[in-house]
Design a protein around this ligand. Structure first.
Ligand code: AHR
Length: 504
């Protein structure tokens, strides 16, 4: 049996819990849109063709914001193709995923879908094949109240009220050679600056995201962020981060410590942005938008450029997630919360079918993948302020990340109602862990809920036939006494403990 300790003190605040931490991502890729969120003719489809079974699961997941329409897709996208009468919308090739895009779903359908779920839309503009003018046109069509050609066109398309989209991504992964319209940092930084300044002339209240590196493993990582921000610092609010993790060659120990890499990545980008801030003598601090993160078995992905056909909504990267993947996803959320002083928006990539927490069959059921659970439970329980918990835990050695603690944890506390929550991961592959929590400064009344995600088979998955094979179960191994809480965390597990405390 391993042991670890930590302290929960409401005075040790990191930052507020940002609701945008629980964002997701819908790209025109594979079956995320078509037969994902949108499937006219499906038995659960509503009058707009939106699948109600997927909408219900999206609500349960607790998603707060959704980024759209890509991803790599956006770098060749003409937004005008997706608005207006459907029968007049052109069918086009999508070079990013070598697919055929019918344009049956576009901006207005997306906004309708988000509004029906109380989700904040977050849009990306195409800076791959397009530029300032098209970004301005899209902004005017989407957000201008009326009385101009573009805003009146929106009204004629059935949307008299402006969409009011506040957060905009200035392109996507422009450092990636795979990106349509790939650029150097200087080229992109200047284009991002010109686009951002023009968009702000249209609406100074927008929140704008410059593309950071598409991953910390990129050869230009660090230099890219510095050069891009040097060009556009005053005009943007965020720089983006993207990271995908997977288990390599059966190295479960390293995979389970993936969040240590996310910690390092976040801290490196924050430091780089702050170095530019110092150089420019700027007052403003750039925040981080972690707008693509997840587990993705990228090494198994062949690449769509190999295709010779142009299918519509093909099955692309429909990874089936295991218990171990869910534990890592829960741990990545711990890392995001821990960095809430800098990461104020995040989007798990993606929402449905494409490396997603929700899976569907066309004409058939929708179900929760294993990774659904830590996301939904964290989104539900995390409230108020994120607390620093200073865990003390034994280390284990990993191939990829050096020595890593077996325990990772974070906590939140809502002074309004006294609710506290602890999110904890036991990364040990063979030992349970007894976690002893000093509830200093919190007058804890009772444990209201303790749920653990674990399984005898770390590679167990959920399927259409057995959709609840992996699900959170009540953890009875908790005791609360004398201002201390003890919980036993099984090997390879993720746990949420919710406490009622005297509000303070
Ligand atoms: O989420 C899948 C893809 O991963 C996105 O389109 C792209 O931005 C990233 O490389």
């Amino acid at each position: 049996m391993l042991t670890a300790a930590m302290t929960l003190d409401p005075a040790f605040r990191v930052a507020p819990v940002h609701r945008r931490t629980f964002g997701s991502f819908v790209e025109h890729m594979g079956r995320c849109v078509y037969t994902g969120i949108y499937e006219p003719g499906h038995p659960t489809a509503d009058a707009d063709g939106f699948r109600r079974d997927v909408a219900d699961l999206t609500r349960e997941l607790g998603v707060t914001t959704v980024r759209y329409p890509g991803g790599n897709f956006v770098s060749g996208y003409r937004w005008e193709d997706g608005v207006g009468p459907r029968e007049r919308r052109p069918v086009r090739r999508d070079l990013a995923w070598h697919s055929t895009e019918t344009n049956h779903f576009g901006l207005n359908e997306f906004i309708r879908w988000t509004r029906s779920l109380g989700i904040e839309p977050m849009m990306a503009v195409n800076l791959g094949t397009r530029g300032v003018q098209e970004a301005l046109d899209l902004l005017e069509y989407a957000n201008h109240p009326g009385g101009t050609e573009l805003s009146d066109r929106r009204a004629a398309h059935g949307h008299p009220e402006p969409h009011g989209v506040r957060m905009w991504c200035l392109g996507n992964e422009m450092d990636g050679p795979w990106q349509v319209g790939h650029m150097t940092a200087r080229e992109y930084g200047r284009l991002a600056a010109r686009t951002a300044r023009a968009m702000r002339m249209s609406d100074p209240g927008l929140e704008l995201v410059a593309c950071g590196s598409s991953g910390s493993g990129m050869p230009t990582f660090g230099a890219w962020e510095a050069e891009v921000l040097q060009e556009c610092y005053d005009a943007v609010d965020y720089v983006s981060l993207h990271a995908y993790y997977e288990e390599h060659d059966g190295d479960l120990g390293s995979f389970l410590a993936s969040a240590t890499d996310m910690d390092h990545f976040i801290e490196s980008v924050a430091a780089t942005a702050d170095a530019v801030r110092a150089r420019l003598k700027a007052r403003k601090r750039i925040m981080l938008s972690f707008d693509e993160w997840n587990v993705w078995y990228l090494s198994r992905f062949q690449g769509e450029e190999q295709r010779t056909d142009w299918p519509t909504a093909p099955r692309v990267i429909e990874d089936r997630y295991s218990l171990a993947d869910a534990v890592v996803v829960g741990n990545l959320l711990i890392s995001l919360l821990r960095h809430s002083d800098r990461v104020t928006a995040a989007s798990q990539a993606q929402l449905v079918n494409v490396i997603a927490p929700i899976m569907t069959e066309p004409g058939g059921p929708a179900w929760r993948q294993t990774v659904f659970h830590p996301f939904a439970l964290t989104a539900r329980a995390a409230a108020g302020h994120v607390l620093r918990v200073e865990p003390e835990a034994p280390l284990y050695t990993t191939e990829r990340h050096g020595d890593a603690p077996v325990l990772d944890a974070v906590a939140t506390h809502d002074p309004g109602n006294g609710a506290a929550a602890v999110f904890a991961v036991n990364r040990s592959t063979d030992h349970p862990l007894t976690l002893d929590i000093d509830l200093r400064g919190l007058d804890a009344e009772r444990v209201t809920e303790c749920l653990t995600l674990s399984d005898d088979d770390v590679y167990a998955t959920n399927t259409a036939e057995d959709p609840d094979r992996v699900r959170p179960r009540p953890n009875k191994d908790t005791t609360l006494s004398g201002g201390r809480l003890t919980a036993v965390l099984p090997p390879v597990s993720w746990t949420v403990i919710r406490l009622a405390t005297t509000a303070a």
